[in-house]
Write a protein that binds this ligand. Structure first.
Ligand SMILES: [Zn+2]
Length: 97
């Protein structure tokens, strides 16, 4: 997973330019280019998050009340992004190798 150097938002692959993957920040719109293989390594590693993490996060939130709700939403958002960008990356990489 790549994070925005400016705001810490999630960098989503949005396309390809000059043979590289274009990552765009979902928060501030900052763009950066990464090597396709480099990108796939980062994102594959991140998708191997054990399912237990979700359970722990959820239970922690229900105990903690409203203060952690943003974090839970943020986690869910990240999960969705992981799935989407993995699909996108696989499509991208099929063409390069
Ligand atoms: Zn940003």
């Amino acid at each position: 997973m790549q994070f925005c150097p400016k705001c810490g938002g999630i960098m989503m692959p949005v396309g390809r330019r000059d043979g590289k993957i274009v990552l765009k920040c979902t928060r501030c719109g900052y763009e950066m280019l990464v090597d396709a293989k480099e990108a796939s390594r980062h994102y594959r590693l991140e998708t191997r998050v054990p399912s237990e993490e979700r359970v722990v996060t959820t239970s922690r939130v229900s105990e903690g009340g409203g203060r952690l709700r943003d974090q839970e939403e943020w986690e869910q958002e990240r999960e969705e992004y992981r799935e989407v960008l993995l699909e996108q990356l696989q499509e991208e990489l099929e063409g390069t190798e």
